[in-house]
Design a protein around this ligand. Structure first.
Ligand SMILES: [Mg+2]
Length: 123
């Protein structure tokens, strides 16, 4: 099975993204912060399944999105990562890119914009 990881501390945003990506034919795994996501991605890959994509919020408790990208890239150099940022966090995009983020979306986003970005990154 191929999973899209939806990593955000907001239940509302996770649900919105889940609704948008549900029809793309992937399983969705939600995580509420970077550490939770690292634990869950390890579980998924250890059981022989794949991560197709990570969609990651920047501001989260426990482990933020920037730290997550750095940690995730230590063991996975290729899975695309989309960052969810706000206008005021645009300066973080360069840092995220340096650590290995593949793309980003500025919140609030249109569902079509998310789908378009996913289709561009996931082959
Ligand atoms: Mg947040």
């Amino acid at each position: 099975m191929k999973y899209i990881m939806v990593i955000d501390d907001s239940v509302t945003i996770r649900s919105t993204i889940k609704l948008v990506v549900k029809n793309l034919g992937y399983a969705v795994m939600e995580a509420e912060n970077g550490q939770d996501a690292l634990d869950k991605t390890a579980k998924i890959t250890n059981s022989g399944d794949d991560i197709a994509l990570c969609i990651v919020d920047v501001n989260m408790p426990v482990m933020d999105g920037i730290k997550f990208v750095g940690e995730f890239r230590k063991t996975d150099q290729f899975t695309p990562i989309i960052m969810l940022t706000t206008e005021s966090q645009e300066s973080l995009i360069d840092e995220a890119k340096r650590l290995g983020a593949s793309g980003w979306i500025i919140k609030p986003f249109q569902p079509n914009k998310l789908i378009e970005t996913i289709k561009k990154l996931v082959k």
